[in-house]
Every structure is written in structure tokens, then in C-alpha cells.
Design a protein around this ligand. Sequence first.
Ligand code: CP
Length: 307
Amino acid sequence: LQHLLTTNELKVEEIYQILEDAERFSQGLFWKPERQMYTANLFFEASTRTKSSFEMAQRRLGLSVIPFEVQTSSVQKGETLYDTVKTLESIGVDTVVIRHSQDRYFDELVENINIPILNGGDGCGHHPTQSLLDLLTIKQEFGSFSGLKIAIIGDISHSRVARSNADALTRLGAEVIYSGPEEWFDYHSLSTSRFKPIDVAISESDVVMFLRVQHERHQKKGSFTASEYHKKYGLTIEREKQMQPHSIIMHPAPVNRNVEIADSLVECERSRIFKQMQNGVYVRMAALKRSLESLGGGNQYETAYSE
Ligand code: CP
């Protein structure tokens, strides 16, 4: 079974294979499973991009999407995550996408669940498809990862995107540096020598990747207002001018406009934020293809979509 739970578990060759398939999907590759397959998306936390782009990817691959909403499911009667997924497996669902607030929720599933699980985000842990779509966007821009300097800036300790990206980018040959409020820097799992003042990080990097301030994961109220945060740690109009001519702006979104990034810069020429979202569909098609192929077969045509 090919689950997709974290980027750490993917070998470099597997990352490149997914990126290659995603690129081909973006160019019109058509692939569908040999038999009718069914999928369900279990989102225990809010989502716009991940849920909608998984569903778009599933529909483009010809999968039937079985509706599942936590609020109207038997989760409300106390049914566990394990029993919920086992139930979907029993009725014939072939693969599930799960987002859950619990870090590594999947550890309790993988032993006895016999369908591939694609992680749509676990707590502060991992967000592998976000990382893969970020990698695709960077690769499309620069051709390779080797020698690139990438600044990850903001609410690092609460960010599953930061952890997934730091691991993958480093293994692919990029140099990753960090900036933002020191109180939100994760001293346990990241190298302190790579923590830089915001102006240094922005002026030195090929990619400046801002992270959302994740208020919902903070135990106590932040020590700055939105406008103080923007001035100290955000991409202001003035800071954007310090970026190198070729450098790009990324953000996993949703963006708190005028907090992490000045409103007018969210859609500026350097911004790849909406390109990232577009790439999310192709990367999720590639991730689903990988998982469904592990169940057996698929048909591939080098033609435009025939929906
Ligand atoms: N980037 C991201 O995961 O967005 P959503 O929370 O809207 O899915």
C-alpha cells in the first residue's frame, strides 16, 4: 500500500517521480484507474484549498467521491477515527484523504487499515501534498533545487508546512533558513544557526516563503497586534524592494493580508501564491495515481483531458 503520510518517508527518487507526474498532468496527461474507484475526504479541520483541490484531482482522475462531512457523520455519536475509516473501507472506498488536528493521527490507522491514506495535514506535524506542490512551484521556477536559498518565515513552531518543506528541500539540495518571532521558532527540530533576522532572510533568498499566523493553535494570545507583526516580521512594501530581482514570494495560504504579506504584494508579479494552488491539483493527481497504482493498474494516455 502506498500511503502518503509525511515527506520524510518519501525517498528523493519518489519525490521526483511525483513531481514528474504532476508536471505531466499539468501538460495534459490523462490517467485513470482500470476499474471504477471510490474515494472519501475526511476533514476534521477547516480547509478550502486542500479539500477542494483533492476533490478536483479525484474528479479529473475519474474517481467517484463519496461525500463525507464530519458534522453530519457518526463521529458526532462518538465513533472513533479508526472505526470511521474502517467503515469506509468496508463499504468499498478505495482511498481516503484525512485532515485531523491530532499530530500523527495516522499512526493508529496504518496497521489495520487496508486502503491508502493520503494525509491532508496532521496538527502541527506534516502536510505532504502542500510540500510537494511547493516543490513543484520552485522546480518550475528555477529548474532544480541545488544551491537555492529558501527562507521560511513566520509561525514556524505551529506549522506542518514548515516541517514538511524543511525536510524535503534540504534533502533535494536547497539551503533552508528561517525567520520570524523567536518565540515561534522550533528549537527542538530545527537548526538555530539557520535562524536569521528578517531583513537578512529576505534580501539573501531566492524564495521567501511566508507562513500563516496560526491563532487557532496558540495556547496564549500573541504578544503583538496584526499591524505590529506586519512591521516586524511581515513582507512590507519596503522589504519587498530588498528582494533580489529574480526572487519569488510564496505562502501556503490562506494569507492574512497585511499581516504576513502586504495586501498589494499578494498578487504582485513576484508572487507565486495562486500558482501554488493551481499546482496543488496536479500534485494531488500524482499522489492519488501513486496510491491507486499500488492497488493495481491504471491506464495512461498522453492526451489532453477528456472530461
Ligand atoms: N494551504 C492549505 O492547506 O490551505 P487549506 O487549509 O485551505 O486547505
